[in-house]
Design a protein around this ligand. Sequence first.
Ligand code: NAD
Ligand code: UDP
Ligand code: UDP
Length: 318
Amino acid sequence: MSKRILVSGGSGFLGSYLCESLLKQGHEVLCVDNFFTGRRRNVAHLLANPNFEIIRHDITFPLYLEVDEIYNFACPASPIHYQYDPVQTIKTCIHGAINMLGLAKRTGARIIQASTSEVYGDPEVHPQREEYWGRVNPIGPRSCYDEGKRAAETLFFDYHRQHGLDIKVVRIFNTYGPRMRPDDGRVVSNFIVQALRNEPITLYGDGKQTRSFCYVDDLVDGIIRMMNSPTGVTGPINIGNPAEFTIRQLAELVIEMVGSSSELVLRPLPQDDPRQRQPDIDKARALLGWAPSTELKDGLVHTIGYFDELLSRETAFA
Ligand code: NAD
Ligand code: UDP
Ligand code: UDP
């Protein structure tokens, strides 16, 4: 049955894939975005579809529309962008969540929140299970995002308990793929762009910290499964790829795959940078029948191809 679905942050990296998949499934999609980090180019190929509509709007302000489902994905996700205007970041997390929840309450829509592995902070429990409450600095440079996302989870569960809203919360672990921005400072895009340009690869700290990288197609499949899970399956649920790598291993793999002459250079570790991160996905397996199927190497092939084309287009127009 065709639904009318709002995707906030729909022109961003993850949001654009969600819009695409939901349109393919025959739904009507309203992409709501203020274009802070999102780009029209990410959804340009969807504009001709009569079921697709873009609304320029900042979710920290109220929004009155009629919808059946809401994917709340609006929020800058890379440290460079979420620390650029930290007050706006926490407003987006909190006021944005309140407005989307108010909209869901009035329309009776089901609503899913894009939460994050950052709610676990710099974790003492490894891998991270959903029961773990996390170790987050409330006043550091990452707090606008980490604490904002934690407060948003609180709001989701309070609206659920107090007003009976049909909520879902997914905790997304590091995700990569085509349509990441070349300048957003995240590790996968940085390393690929540096390798393609044969520039030094910037390892922060000693490069021994770990992350677990999920390819975007796997992630979007997990999120849509969660949205379509039975009422009462609220989460929070981890969605990510448990294959864990040190940042140095990632750098070496990217250099090898690109065939780059880049060298590794050490740079200071940013404050509060988590030392390790790996999702426990037992819940996603059991409740959603979901597990990622793309290995890092395969996902990197597509991502390197995307950036290679993007950079050569930029050079051609320079
Ligand atoms: P992104 O920056 O590409 O997308 C975010 C989108 O939200 C952009 O299009 C941006 O313009 C829009 N936006 C920001 N503030 C807004 C506001 N106030 N009103 C309306 N639109 C606004 O980031 P992404 O990687 O696609 O992340 C999407 C969501 O997933 C975010 O909520 C992020 O916290 C979450 N998440 C992402 C990852 C990841 O690895 N990519 C990991 C964990 C969680
Ligand atoms: N809201 C919105 N769209 C709607 C309904 C509500 O943006 O369709 C916003 C509105 O700004 C409101 C917030 O969501 O303040 C929270 O709504 P709720 O019903 O929980 O609270 P109240 O209206 O009592 O403030
Ligand atoms: N990182 C790095 N070099 C870079 C960018 C990031 O070594 O050019 C490190 C960063 O310090 C962190 C990891 O890579 O330990 C992942 O960083 P990212 O910003 O992608 O994600 P997050 O820290 O939010 O998980």
